[in-house]
Design a protein around this ligand. Sequence first.
Ligand SMILES: [Zn+2]
Length: 254
Amino acid sequence: MSRECPSVAELIAAVKSLTRATDGTFQTAWKDSFIDPFHCCEQGGYIYIDLPVPSPLTRAFITRAPKGATMNQRTAGPNASIDLNSPGINQNNVILVANFHTHPLAAVAPVNGSPEPSRSDMENAYFRGVPGIVVSRSGVYAYGPERRESLLNPKGYPASVPQGPLNFRLVVQNPPGPPTVVPGLQWPEGIPGARGAVAEDEGEAAGSDDLGPAGDVIEVEWSSEGVEYGDKLVENRRYECPYITRKTTIGSLH
Ligand SMILES: [Zn+2]
C-alpha cells in the first residue's frame, strides 16, 4: 500500500517551501517568534502530508499551534515553552509526520537560551511517536524517532515508541539555511551596533530570487475532528539546564 512516512531530512528535501528563505514555513514561524525588540515567544505547529503517502512527495499541509508564553528576549526568565499536545487539521486523507517549534532566545548572557532541542523535547518526540523539528539560530534540528512508523490516528499522534537516543541532527545549517534574521526585532542580531547586526530591511530585500515553486506548503485551518489525544506533555526547553541562575532584575542595554 503506501510508502512509509518521510524522515525530517526527506521531508525537507521534498517540500522546498518548508525551508524557503523569505516566507517558508520555518522562516515564518521564526519571524512570528519575535513580538517586539524586547519580547519573543516560541512558535510551532504540525506538518501533515497526503495519505496514502505519495511518491514522489511534493507537498505538505501546515497547521500552527497557539504561540508559547511571552518571554523577555534580553533577561533570564522562566522556562520557555509551547504546547504541542493538540495536533489537528481541517483536511481529510492526511497524516501527521512531524511537529516543529522555534527556540528564539539568544545563547548569550544573561539569557543563555539553547538553540538545540532540549532533553524534554527529545523525550516528548518518542512519547508522541513522530519526529520533532527545532528552528533556531543554528539552523533546523531533527530529533526523536527517525520517522513516523504507525498509520493509526493519522491526524494525531500515534502510540508511543520506545525511547531511543537522546540526540539530534542538524539537518539545515544556518547560514545559509533558515532562519534568517528578523531585523529590529531579534535580539541581539537585530539591534543596530550589536555583534552581527544587519542592515535595515535586509530580510525583506533578499529572497525574491531564491524561491522554489510556490504552493508546495499549504496552510490549513486547525480542527480536532478525527484526532485522538493522548497524555499531555510539557515542552520546556531549559529542562536540561536547571543550574542557570534566574535573574529577576531587568537588564540594561549598552
Ligand atoms: Zn524546545
